[in-house]
Design a protein around this ligand. Structure first.
Ligand SMILES: [Mn+2]
Length: 217
């Protein structure tokens, strides 16, 4: 049996922000964090997506595929967004990395089983927002399924770019937000032994400052 996870660095949708991704990884490593997660959407953004892939590969960041990483391989992606990642900017190794990202990954923490996904379970377009009311949550089939199956104690997801820790009885959803410069970039350090999630934010100068600390429930 593999070791149970205790402290995990969680990086939300990078969207090609290679400089902030490098800073986040370096900071978390400096804090002694061994396990790093990334919720995907590596491509689409103004920075260097190829370098983001390189950073994720070289630092063994456990990454899942986002909808943008899926669209990258679809016809018409290059014209889909003003900041679509140019396909010819991605080298062969990064291309293979993006092409083989899993949709979800399962881990065991000291506090229970965890799913890493981009959206909610295998639906990479379905996020849970901090303000989702009961009727919205009830109309979210993958969330209802995860809740009913009761296999996972934690869902670490991205997609919404909205940083949050939200608990539904036996299921806690953790979202690290995004690294996009135009969307309050930041990341999380989740301590499953202590039961706390610490946010870190990038200020306007790109320096890392502590944000809220939230209990996991
Ligand atoms: Mn995204």
């Amino acid at each position: 049996m593999s070791e149970l996870l205790t402290r995990v660095g969680i990086i939300g949708d990078p969207h090609a922000e290679d400089e902030l991704l490098e800073k986040a990884i370096r900071f978390l490593r400096g804090e002694g964090v061994e396990t790093l997660f990334c919720t995907g959407d590596v491509v689409t953004g103004r920075g260097d997506a190829n370098r983001c892939c390189r950073l994720l590969m070289d630092n063994d960041v456990l990454t899942v595929r986002g909808n943008h990483d899926r669209w990258f391989f679809a016809p018409g992606y290059a014209e889909m967004f003003a900041d679509s990642t140019p396909p010819d900017s991605i080298d062969a190794e990064a291309y293979a990395f993006l092409a083989t990202l899993p949709l979800t990954r399962r881990f065991e923490t000291v506090r229970g089983t965890l799913q890493l996904a981009h959206g909610t379970d295998t639906d990479d377009m379905r996020g849970v927002y901090p303000g989702d009311a009961r009727w919205v949550l009830e109309a979210n089939p993958p969330l209802q399924r995860l809740y009913a199956e009761n296999v996972y104690r934690f869902l670490v997801g991205g997609h919404t770019h909205a940083r949050m820790v939200r608990q539904f009885d036996h299921l806690t959803i953790i979202n690290a937000g995004t690294l996009r410069r135009d969307r309050s970039p930041g990341f999380l350090l989740a301590d499953f032994a202590a039961g706390a999630v610490q946010a870190y934010l990038f200020d306007e100068a790109g320096a890392i400052v502590p944000g809220d600390a939230r209990p996991m429930g």
